[in-house]
Design a protein around this ligand. Sequence first.
Ligand code: C5P
Length: 210
Amino acid sequence: MIIAIDGPAAAGKGTLARRLAHDFGFAYLDTGALYRAVGLSVLRAGGDPADAAAATEASARLDLALMDDPELRTEATGGAASKVAAVPAVRANLLAFQRNFAKNPPDGKPGAVLDGRDIGTVVCPDADVKLFVTASPEERARRRTLEMEGRGEAADFEAILKDVKARDDRDMNRADAPLRPAEDALLLDTTNLAIDAVFLRAAEQVKARL
Ligand code: C5P
């Protein structure tokens, strides 16, 4: 069983994906963390994430230990991730790892949940369940602001909204694997929908396929 969850930044994909994985006993892969790790390693090497050669090299020798680095979650790393993600060679280098995780979930788990931007369209076009989770840019910026404040960080709503829109623009308009719903994806707009309601609708889809 492969569950593909796509959507823009801060739409609630991660929360939904983790909960589905937990409740159904499936493995979970946050594919955005792979792009973030590439972006972070370019930044740490003093490089420019928009430089295709630097990004490609970082993706070819990706250190998976970076997946647990606290700096992975910053807005700066998210911005760098969306720049390296526009480089086709970076996407190609990360593809096999993601497909292998989906087909052979770790610990012999009977299924995998992957979230990202192109899981239902490119990484796992044959996924059993495809969900596209979205919310208005303002609502996503509001959630990001609350999340950062919750961690005791300074958060400026207007600046975050600008970042959210810039990232949407880069993710939706790149030539290679742009962010868009797969034709057979169920659309879930979480702007006015509580996380429990989103989870129930998603879980119904999974149960129907089990
Ligand atoms: O989901 P998250 O915000 O962690 O993703 C960071 C960036 O990585 C996204 O803005 C996007 O550019 C890129 N990404 C991608 N394809 C994926 C997952 C993430 O291009 N499957």
